[in-house]
Design a protein. Sequence first.
Lengths: 485, 179
Amino acid sequence: MDLAQLYRDMQAILPEMILAVTALLALILDFLTKCKKSYLACLSVAGISIAVISVWGIPTEGLAFSRLLHVDLFALLYKLVFLSAGAMVILISGDYLDVQNKRSGEYYVLVLLATLGMMVMAAAANFLTMYLGLELSSLCFYILCGLQTKDARSNEAALKYFVLGLMASAILIYGISLIYGATGSLSLIRIEKVLSGQPEGWKSIGLIAGMTLTLVGLSFKIAAVPFHMWAPDVYEGAPTPVAAFMSVGPKIAAFAALLRVLVALFPLSVQWGGIFAVISVLTMTVGNLLALRQESVKRMLAYSGIAHVGYALIGVVAGAYSKDIGLSSALLYFLMYFMANLGAFGVLAVLCRGGHTGETYEELKGLAANSPPAAFFMTIFIFSLLGIPPTGGFIGKLWVFAAAVKSDLMWLAAVGLVNALISTYYYLRVIVMMYMHEPEAEQPAPAASYMAYSALAIMAVVTVFMGANPRPFIELAQRSMAAII
Amino acid sequence: MAFLILAAIAVASAVMVVSVKNVVHSAFSLVVTLFSVGCLFILLRAEFLAATQILIYVGSIMILIIFALMLIDIKEANRQRRFHHQSKFVIGIGIILVIEIILFIIPRSEFIESPEKLIARTAEAGGNIQIIGQSLFTDFIFAFEFASIIILVAIVAAIFLGKQPTSIIKKSSVIKDSS
């Protein structure tokens, strides 16, 4: 390998390297200097900001590290999504960790490295790098879930996520090995070439079995029904900022990997289109119906997150018929969704203070009187999740449903629409609780710092901005999808 | 012939792992299984894989398992160890997997080189270990370095969980409560 090539490769992974260096620096500083933990938060956010800036300096085409990584617009877009999600999580988690007395240096290291893992997953051009990225981010999240080592629910969440996550990884690896057996390669580019070079009607049992198992493994990671059981329990037990990160980070990363795998396996689109049509309907319906019955807002958000995966999968099903429109609408859906969901969990994290977990509907009563900014931000996020214009969520839902209609999947769009109607009940319940009820008893006002509030404000502004001015984002999603097709 | 003997030993000891009553015995049967799989790799001329299989699985992972056995109450574990209601389910999955192997592995995929050709090519390029070393540090350098970050996370995680000595007691009492 010549040095010029190595230099170009290193340039292509500049954001990842900056992130890794920041994480190592945080680890060493925490260990050696016993500095104030809030400095580590600042360091991490600074590192992420530099990584975000460096994204603009790297090429937008090609492959790096002998075809292990893609350097394309798709990867760059996802890198920005994960970096901003990571920064927001660090900003909103400071107060929560202080309240729980759990501020530790490792937290920041793990959040940074989880972000790194997700970035590699979205850029993977090979099943090997995809799996390594997945494992890195999953390992970090197993520990982050169990951060509150003295809390039974947190322990339960960590253990449950660990055991089920390992099983999903095992299924994924088994599927990958069968695909390798059928096509002779782990490289997604090569697999696509081999498959599209085959005569019409060519099928291999191993390939179909491998594809199914790979999709099962990834469906677990995106929490699609029937592989969703872990999500509500894990989100409920995990510290709220971690739940916020988990509800967007690993899900979107696995979705990015899923899109790459589906593009590589496009010659089998009839098969995976059928699988995802069933999964999508189940995911939307089960997620929404179970969300109706929850008393804990955190669990409600977990189930509604499952339902959102179902909506995005409508785009994937449409992609089986019209590749371009369908898959790019699924990408756009998550682009529009992630800030709102992160923000909704973020408000819950802010509400956690002395003696209050801030997790049930009861505790949201009278929030508008108690803490107007928190209630206002929550309203914006809920509107976006609900899909009310002028928020990002509306554009996301509109495009996904439009993609289904354009691909002659009217029934699927109808199911999605009915589900969106069901979701109004539990989303509006949050708003009713906040604005139309008196506070039950004297509640201490949330003691969140300006850091958490500024993060919430940024997320709210971005959510509204994306909805009011969607054109650049739609074009970005289409162009990045076009880059990988 | 050597293959048949080794495969028979591997399968027989694998059955032992799940069927014997004593957990310690099943741990040692697992050693035999892993060792004979390692020998199968030698038959395939994959010396490096064989060495790693024996070093890592027979060596370190089995030691971990036996350490874990030392920490638990073996008599209690022996008593609780029978999976009554799961056995039918497990046998069902086993049959499905066997059918899958028959359907898939026996009609060989045309994309994989025949072993004879592969062995010849490997010998030409200077042997198994040299090829692995070369591709690890050229084609797969990113994956290789990235794996080191994963190991770093594992270390950080182990230290983080190990730092809190009180947590173990709480955890075990929690498990009793919930059951």
